[in-house]
Design a protein around this ligand. Structure first.
Ligand SMILES: NC(=O)c1ccc[n+]([C@@H]2O[C@H](COP(=O)([O-])OP(=O)(O)OC[C@H]3O[C@@H](n4cnc5c(N)ncnc54)[C@H](O)[C@@H]3O)[C@@H](O)[C@H]2O)c1
Length: 427
């Protein structure tokens, strides 16, 4: 029988999965009660682009990205900016938009981990509403670090149930991780990224020129996520970090003034992005919970939230990685030589391998939360020789205590890292 809305309805007992009816719906039912199954899939396609000179008025990348075509009248864009990025680059971004005759508004957000909350998301949503963002053709442009792009991504996924946005990451973590996947999110009730959605930006534009002003501590922080990819997937990337890590930090990953014209820094960024996207693409919605990119993220969410504001995201990941390296070594997955090389590289990159909040109790609690996150399994990725990963599912509190004992309490507060130069050479 065809109902008013045109769906085919059936009360006739049919077997599960009976071929679709005329309108493509399958009818199901064994007991005379009508049931329908809706099967649909959503194609996902987005672009991650490495570019130079993004803020150069000669480039139209930022204003043309992700638009489904501009309507009548001037091009309009809402730009959501991290407040620090506004101080450093706001003037150039305004000049860029004006050169392209874009009608724009800025929404400046204090985006730090403690303000990564729904309150910030609502602030962005209010700005979208006030601007009157058109549903498909006026992508919001998010310019900032991982905190800012996670907040804007969530706002864009909620506003009218989904609107397009463009990410312009300005931190290394944003460029190699937060800005290139599909996840959005904010913290909730002391839980890291507990609320979020899967809503990739239509386009991510990565200009390493933004890193010129990034404090060294935040560069190191980003390199922790790069080292993650190296340890579980890419030995070549590991070797690049081992040889060039300290230098590219000192050169702030820029080509100008670099001993090799920026080649190593660019190779590091390219390999990290490529490796990450290779892992993400087949599992964008994380239906598969065995994810090698969760390396360093089994214990770190709780470590990071407990140590706030002392530890940055990548630093908490580094502490988790250090622990995971020892776990792998104790299990015979990682040789003493690889363990010591990995530790050496962590030292070269200036990453912490311990923090005072780490105790067996905290790690056990963190693991319990991860088990809930991974549907009742531990699924802890460990390095099985540099560049390879193996999952383990049966780590005990005693093993955690032994691994913790194998870490050196090297923690010194990193907050007083050298400050960055003023902008100028970006683009
Ligand atoms: N969505 C994902 O898949 C994903 C993946 C990894 C990390 N994350 C999230 O990313 C966040 C960490 O990102 P982050 O490290 O970029 O932190 P962040 O956004 O807090 O940025 C770090 C600091 O750098 C400043 N800053 C940004 N760009 C700058 C620039 N060019 N010059 C000088 N200062 C600049 C910011 O104001 C901030 O103080 C965490 O909340 C983490 O959960 C998300």
């Amino acid at each position: 029988m065809t109902t008013e809305d045109g769906l085919i309805e059936s009360t006739t007992p049919v077997s599960e999965g009976q071929p679709a009816t005329g309108n493509g719906l399958s009818t199901l039912g064994h007991d005379g009660d009508p049931r329908w199954r809706v099967d649909a899939s959503q194609a996902v396609s987005y672009e991650v682009r490495l570019c130079r000179g993004l803020l150069d008025p000669a480039s139209d990348l930022m204003v043309t990205a992700a638009s489904a075509g501009d309507g009548p009248g001037p091009r309009r864009r809402l730009v959501v900016l991290d407040s620090q990025v506004d101080v450093l680059f706001g003037e150039r971004i305004r000049a860029y938009l004006e050169a392209h005759r874009v009608t724009y508004e800025f929404c400046v957000v204090e985006a730090d981990e403690r303000r990564k909350t729904m309150t910030s998301v609502f602030r962005v949503v209010s700005a979208m509403d006030a601007f009157g963002v058109a549903r498909r053709r006026e992508p919001v442009i998010a310019v900032g670090g991982g905190v800012l792009t996670d907040i804007v991504g969530l706002a864009a996924s909620l506003y009218r149930r989904s609107t397009p946005y463009v990410r312009v990451p300005t931190t290394l973590i944003g460029m190699v991780d937060a800005g290139i996947g599909s996840k959005t999110g904010v913290n909730f009730s002391d839980h890291k990224n507990r609320l979020g959605t899967y809503h990739p930006s239509a386009t991510t534009l990565i200009d390493p020129g933004f890193l010129v002003t990034l404090p060294v501590r935040h560069l190191r922080n980003g390199l922790a996520e790069v080292l993650k990819m190296a340890l579980i997937k890419d030995r070549r990337l590991f070797e690049l970090l081992a040889v060039h890590g300290a230098r590219i930090i000192a050169e702030r990953m820029q080509s100008a003034g670099s001993a090799d014209g920026g080649a190593a820094a660019l190779a590091v960024i390219r390999l990290a992005i490529g490796g990450m996207l290779q892992e993400l693409q087949p599992n964008l919605w994380e239906h598969q919970l065995e994810r090698v990119v969760d390396y360093g993220h089994s214990f770190s969410p709780v470590i990071e939230m407990r140590a706030l504001p002392e530890l940055l995201h990548g630093e908490a990941v580094a502490v988790d990685m250090a622990l995971s390296l020892v776990l792998a070594h104790h299990r015979g997955l990682l040789s003493a030589e690889d363990l010591s090389r990995a530790r050496l590289v962590m030292g070269e990159l200036g990453l912490p391998t311990w923090h005072p909040v780490c105790s067996t109790e905290l790690l056990t609690e963190a693991l319990a939360d991860t088990v809930r996150h991974r549907d009742g399994r531990q699924l802890i990725p460990l390095t099985a020789g540099i560049g390879q990963a193996r999952f383990v599912d049966d780590v005990t509190p005693a093993e955690l205590a032994a691994a913790l004992a194998g870490l050196e309490p090297n923690w010194t507060s990193m907050a007083a890292a050298p400050s960055a130069p003023t902008p100028g050479s970006n683009g």
